[in-house]
Design a protein. Structure first.
Length: 459
């Protein structure tokens, strides 16, 4: 099985070639997805999933959005293996990489087995570096049933060179750069400003935020907070102690911990708070610190907040309540520039409700609503936007479609758009949220806050 896995990984083609019909593009990657596989997308990755209910075999292929390269190939692979494989699939072992090179790109591939629900599974990673960028493709499966589809998928991959290659300085072989946090606390950091030019936000209350490849670092006085980017809640997490599993993955590799205390609800809880405190010693420096770790699950993802304080007294003074801890998520906020928003930004959403008669219990139809929004910003400041959607009972739905254009005015926290509905001018609050491999553009109309957009860059 391991030999077959190695051959499968080496099928990744980096040369330019004709791509089959119905190809798709995500970030720098163009590919042909397997027919009939379920597509799942978010701002940082696109996945294709297939499950055979009869044989109980399954497979997931995921393409992750590119991030800034460290400048060292082994560092890039180690970072991606740790973030995408080790932290998610317990029992995997870092493999010896196979390496291929073509047209300025270098692909390093490796695979490892792991056990899940008493079944042998396999995790495969191809980490690709070039032109100042690093991106990854993972294959997770529990057998060979979908091997042929995966081969076709990987062999269809072509890569686009970044329009402006990122210039990076090689960093140490351990894959991290050390920077001094608050009060001399050392935080190991991987490079990456997520495409945000104004990558420092100074808040009125003294907190300062910076985006990095794996998290946003927020500092104030003697406290450092790491807002780790959201991760998917896997079946393994759901079937086990999710918060403990995440604590082990984020905290234990970097600290020796003692006196661990878990948040006490005083009994059964419905809206549970997943929070740990512990005394700790940093493995890299030997410094004694006090850490807090909060897991906030929502809609299939988990956001993790790591707090590093010099002492328990400092921690309790800064975070007297859990509301203060959760509020730290609001500090993933960065100003916009025209340069940063040039391109195509989109969002889409939908929902449905099956209706039943309260008298007879008979099925009464489906009520649904969906919408799609696209904004195109040009370097000269002009913009175009398209808005479409539908709502109502299936069979008698109402549809809408609107298009606008004009010259936008962009300041740090505002975008002014003329020629909107009935010729009016809209002023929108604007901000970036840093995510793995990029950022989300949030726009909210000042005169009508219910009109908000949460956009990802598609071109």
């Amino acid at each position: 099985m391991q030999t077959k896995m190695k051959l499968l990984l080496m099928l990744l083609v980096l040369t330019s070639q004709a791509v089959f019909s119905q190809s798709e593009t995500f970030d720098l990657v163009t590919f042909t997805p397997p027919a009939g596989w379920k597509k799942e997308t978010n701002s940082s990755a696109v996945s294709y999933v297939m499950t055979n209910q009869g044989s109980r075999q399954w497979c997931r292929v995921t393409i992750f959005k590119s991030i800034g390269s460290s400048g060292d190939l082994n560092t890039d692979f180690d970072h991606e293996w740790n973030e995408l494989i080790t932290k998610t699939y317990t029992g995997t072992v870092k493999p010896k990489q196979d390496i291929t090179e073509e047209d300025g790109w270098t692909a390093q591939s490796g695979a490892s087995g792991f056990m899940w629900e008493k079944q042998q599974c396999y995790a495969l990673l191809t980490a690709i570096s070039g032109y100042g960028k690093a991106l990854s493709i993972t294959v997770i499966m529990n057998g060979e049933e979908f091997k042929h589809e995966v081969e076709l998928f990987l062999s269809s991959v072509t890569l686009k060179k970044p329009e402006v290659p990122v210039v990076v300085q090689p960093i140490a072989a351990n894959g991290n750069q050390a920077s001094s946090g608050a009060a001399g606390i050392t935080v190991k950091e991987s490079p990456g400003n997520q495409g945000i030019t104004l990558a420092t936000t100074n808040f009125d209350d003294g907190w300062i935020s910076h985006p990095f490849a794996d998290y946003v670092k927020v500092t104030k006085n003697n406290t450092t907070v790491l807002l780790h980017y959201a991760i998917e809640i896997t079946d393994e997490m759901r079937s086990s102690n999710m918060e403990g599993l995440l604590f082990d993955r984020f905290i234990l590799p970097r600290y020796n911990v003692s006196n661990i205390r878990k948040y006490d609800h005083g009994g059964p809880c419905y809206f549970c708070i997943y929070f740990f405190e512990a005394d700790a010693v940093e493995k890299a420096t030997g410094k004694r610190v006090h850490i807090g770790f909060r897991v906030i699950p929502n809609n299939g993802i988990a956001r993790c907040i790591e707090i590093i304080s010099p002492s328990q007294a400092d921690f309790q003074q800064t975070f007297p309540t859990q509301e203060k801890v959760e509020a730290m998520l609001n500090y993933n906020k960065f100003a916009v520039t025209l340069k940063d928003i040039v391109g195509t930004w989109e969002e889409s959403s939908g929902s449905y409700v099956n209706m039943y008669s309260t008298i007879t219990g008979a099925y009464a139809g489906m009520n649904t609503a969906s919408s799609a929004h696209k904004f195109i910003f040009s370097a000269d400041g002009t913009y175009k936007s398209e808005h479409s959607g539908a709502h109502g009972m299936v069979g008698s739905m109402q549809f809408f479609s609107q298009k606008y254009s004009g010259k936008a005015t962009v300041t740090n926290w505002d975008i002014t758009l003329p020629n909107r509905f009935k010729g009016e001018t809209d002023i929108l609050w604007a901000q970036f949220e840093a995510v793995r491999g990029g950022r989300v553009l949030h726009l909210v109309e000042k005169d009508s806050p219910v009109m908000d957009y949460h956009l990802v860059k598609t071109q």
